[in-house]
Structures are given as C-alpha cells and as structure tokens.
Design a protein around this ligand. Structure first.
Ligand code: SAH
Length: 251
C-alpha cells in the first residue's frame, strides 16, 4: 500500500517528551510540537511545556480520562489542525501510542499518526544510577489498574528466573502503597537480600533524588508514582557508588 504525504494533511504526532526537561527531548519531538497547532496531554506534562510552548493552544482532560483525551486529538485533527498528543518518556512505553492506534479505527482513515520516540524512564534513570541495564533486562509495571496482579506476579517470578536486570515502573501510588514491598517479597523468594538495587525519583525534574541500596532495603523504601526502581541481575555490582551490570567482558 502506498501513502501520498501531500494528500494526508490531517496529522497527529504522538510525542514522547522524555523525563521532563526540554533538554532531554529529542529535536524531532521539539519540531513536532513546533509544527502543531494544538498540544494535548495530561496537565502535569502540559505544565512542563509551558515555558517553551506557552504560545500554543493546549488542552487536557483530567487524570484517568486517557481515552477521552485521545478522542479529543482526533476531533481536533478532523477540524484540520495539526495535533501533538504528549506522553512522558516514550509514548510507546506505558504511554498513549497504542490507544491512539486503537481509537484511530473509529475515525477517518485520512488522519495520519506518527509516533515520535522519547527517552523512557528506564534509560534516563539508569543513566543517573550508572549502568544497571547494560545486559538483558525487562521492564515491569506494578500498576494493576489494567493488568491483573496475578500476571504481574508471574512476570516478576519469570524475570527473576531468567536472571534479567529489572526496571520497575509505577512502583507505588496512594492506593497501592505496599506494592513495591509485595513485589520485592516475590523477588526475595529467589534473589539474595543484598542484591544491588537502586531507585530514582523525579528524573529530569525538580527534586531529582536517587539511592543505591540492597533488595532488602528497596523493599522498605518510600517511593511514589514518580519513582523508577532498578533491580540488578546476579552479576550487578557497585563501582564507585554507581550501580553497574557488566556486559561480561571479564574485567
Ligand atoms: N511513558 C513513560 C512511562 C509512563 S508509566 C516513560 O516512557 O517513561 C509512569 C511510570 O514511569 C512512573 O510511575 C515511574 O515509574 C516512571 N516515570 C516516568 N517519568 C518519570 C520521572 N520523571 N522520574 C521517575 N520515574 C518516572
């Protein structure tokens, strides 16, 4: 199938804006926002963009109304506007990219969607801690809003069995205050208590904080929804206060 760019003038960019600061956005993301008539996203992310893009029309819907926010993008695009839908990090990693494709089926086929990748929290957080994901790794979200807890538990056990380094997203929220503890308890069934771990709060935003600790300490850590946690594999070590998972060069 061929697409002619010039006849597909209804455009929605699905933009990954990285962890927070404009510096951590790609040039491609900045260009997409510049080209857009309207920027749509969750208010926290729109606020982060106000400094550089305050002159643009911005629209939002409250938290948990993600699907309505996506429909808003298509409604605006149908009026002929170029739209950017922003997600933090990478829009294709626990972001809005897949929902946008699913919803596109309800709309005119002449609206073009383009995903613009961004730096996901696993990458930006890893860079702060050192190099904890420098071998096979997986990302697991502890949010059971859209995934049954039994499946999350199975994935944690499988990751431990496969000796993957793990990045944990959505480690906690007000309603799920003890989820990180529950997850660590599952990992502690097979991993040693002093497995090197770490976590980073507010990456790329005001109040960035990080800590390198053991798995037993991570279990009791106070984390929030703006924290990403890292669990080393069996080879992970601490070098000069940084968390490092070796490639295996035998150094
Ligand atoms: N699309 C995002 C992830 C959204 S899920 C991305 O690619 O990064 C939300 C989870 O991502 C949070 O609970 C947290 O675990 C992680 N996260 C996103 N931004 C973060 C930041 N600035 N600092 C720390 N963790 C972050």
């Amino acid at each position: 199938m061929f697409f002619r760019k010039d006849v597909m003038n209804k455009k929605i960019y699905i933009v990954g804006m990285g962890p927070g600061s404009e510096e951590a956005m790609t040039r491609e993301a900045l260009k997409a926002l510049e080209e857009s008539d309207i920027i749509i996203g969750y208010t926290v992310y729109l606020d982060l963009l106000k400094a550089g893009f305050g002159h643009k029309e911005m629209k939002s819907t409250p938290m948990k109304q993600e699907v309505e926010r996506c429909r808003m993008c298509f409604d605006e695009a149908e009026q002929g506007k170029t739209v950017s839908m922003v997600s933090s990090g990478d829009a294709g990693i626990y972001g809005m990219a897949s929902i946008m494709y699913e919803i596109s089926l309800e709309y005119d086929s002449d609206i073009e969607l383009q995903v613009i990748p961004g730096i996901t929290a696993a990458s930006s957080g890893a860079a702060i801690l050192g190099a904890p994901l420098n071998h096979d790794f997986c990302i697991i979200s502890l949010s059971d809003l859209l995934t049954p807890w039994e499946k999350i538990e199975k994935r944690l056990k499988s990751a431990a069995e496969g000796d993957f380094a793990i990045a944990i997203y959505n480690p906690s929220s007000k309603k799920r205050a003890d989820y990180l503890m529950k997850a660590c308890d599952i990992l502690l069934e097979t991993m040693e208590e002093d497995r090197p771990c770490g976590y980073v709060k507010n990456i790329g935003r005001e109040g960035t904080e990080y800590r390198i600790c053991t798995l037993a300490e991570l279990r009791d850590a106070q984390v929030d929804m703006f924290t990403t946690c890292f669990i080393g594999n069996s080879q992970t070590k601490i070098i000069d206060n940084k968390l490092v998972t070796p490639r295996g060069y035998g150094l």
